[in-house]
Design a protein around this ligand. Structure first.
Ligand code: FES
Length: 170
């Protein structure tokens, strides 16, 4: 083989190799973009709630991952509970607002400090504990984190992890 021809073949080989490598990287990049969740999906996993404006004994219903979330600032005359979320000197009840019997959304009766489920008469106290009727367990506590006066739903902070370890979230 002539020296000139060999050089040309080597060059073609390198060029083809380089093209393949670039193409491979491009394919990997495209695949990663496909696998990674979209920024909007990532953001949808969390809901932040400003607790600084909450009013005592007024139920605030937020939405997290398509579920209603009850956030209730307790007044001083409402019983303290190990399920309370403490923010500064305030206590909050936070739960997924779905009855643990068959999933209806209970209503909050502010005067009685109770959640009443219209479907089959289930009742929960202001800490979300079942006190009457067919609900088999308390209102579930969603993963949360307290960040200053902001409640971050969907993130497991130390307060939630402790409740989880103590078996208080369900
Ligand atoms: S769904 Fe609430 S009591 Fe049955």
């Amino acid at each position: 083989m002539k020296e000139e021809e060999k050089g040309r073949r080597d060059f073609m080989g390198y060029a083809l190799g380089a093209c393949t490598a670039v193409g491979g990287l491009g394919a990997l990049y495209a695949a990663k973009r496909t696998w990674d969740p979209l920024p909007s999906v990532k953001a949808a996993g969390f809901t932040t709630v400003d607790l600084s404006t909450a009013k005592e004994n007024v139920l605030n219903v937020e939405k997290w991952r398509g579920k209603p979330i009850f956030v209730l600032k307790k007044s001083v005359d409402m019983k303290a509970d190990a399920r309370d979320v403490i923010v500064g000197s305030d206590r909050f009840h936070v739960s997924i607002g779905l009855c643990t019997h068959l999933g209806c959304i209970p209503a909050y009766e502010a005067e009685q400090h109770k959640f009443l489920c219209a479907c089959h008469g289930g009742e929960f106290d202001a800490s979300g504990r079942q006190i009457f009727g067919p609900p088999p367990s308390p209102l579930e506590i969603p993963p949360f984190k307290v960040d200053g006066t902001t409640l971050v739903l969907g993130e497991e902070g130390p307060e939630y992890k402790k409740m989880l370890a103590d078996g208080l979230t369900v």
